[in-house]
Ligand binder design. Structure first.
Ligand code: COA
Length: 160
């Protein structure tokens, strides 16, 4: 069985992430969406809430499951028995950083491949921080995120 990880902070999951996960799920037998604790990023949503939103947004994809993690990505991949990491590549600005991460991960475990899926044009400039900012200022995020995330953001900023 070919199992892939699609890792990220998912604070929160966007339509761009969902596009990558959906396409990854067509390429391998099973996709594990690895939701990183990423404490340094001081996420808006707690780890369990981010994982819950990813679960709800991917519930229609039968070969996708969601796992939170707080260890090294290569160690988590080994623990999950995954042999490939699949990530989205958006604008050219992603490249340098992704190149560095991929090189380090490869150095740590040469049996773990990293594949990139190009974002379609409509998601090229989408990011979780843009979505958070838009929602915090009362903007309509519905075209950028799954409905469960739009609801969660509306609730979060209504009580902020
Ligand atoms: N659509 C929309 N947005 C996308 C996207 C897509 N397809 N792909 C990435 N993004 C955005 C995210 O929304 C996020 O936006 P933000 O910074 O504005 O919030 C940004 O790109 C970064 O994404 P993030 O999910 O934080 O991923 P990352 O590239 O920073 O990597 C991990 C996160 C979990 C993969 C990485 O930190 C990791 O491996 N952590 C584990 C610890 C570890 O092993 N560290 C050593 C690695 S060498």
């Amino acid at each position: 069985m070919k199992r892939a990880l699609t890792p990220g902070t998912f604070d929160p999951i966007t339509s761009g992430h969902l596009d990558v996960i959906t396409r990854a799920a067509q390429m391998v037998d099973e996709v594990i969406v690895a939701v990183a604790a990423s404490p340094k990023k001081r996420p808006l949503f707690a780890l369990e809430e981010r994982a819950r939103l990813v679960r709800e947004a991917t519930a229609h994809l039968p070969n996708v499951r969601v796992e939170p993690f707080d260890d090294l990505l290569v160690d988590f991949a080994a623990k999950m028995d995954a042999t490939v990491i699949i990530k989205g590549l958006r604008a050219i600005t992603d490249f340098e950083y992704e190149f560095q991460m991929t090189a380090i991960n490869y150095q740590l475990n040469q049996a773990l491949e990293t594949l990139f899926i190009m974002s379609p044009p409509q998601y090229m400039y989408l990011s979780s921080s843009i979505v958070r900012e838009l929602a915090s200022l009362g903007g309509d995020v519905s075209q950028f995120v799954p409905p469960c995330v739009a609801r969660a953001l509306a609730e979060r900023f209504a009580t902020a």
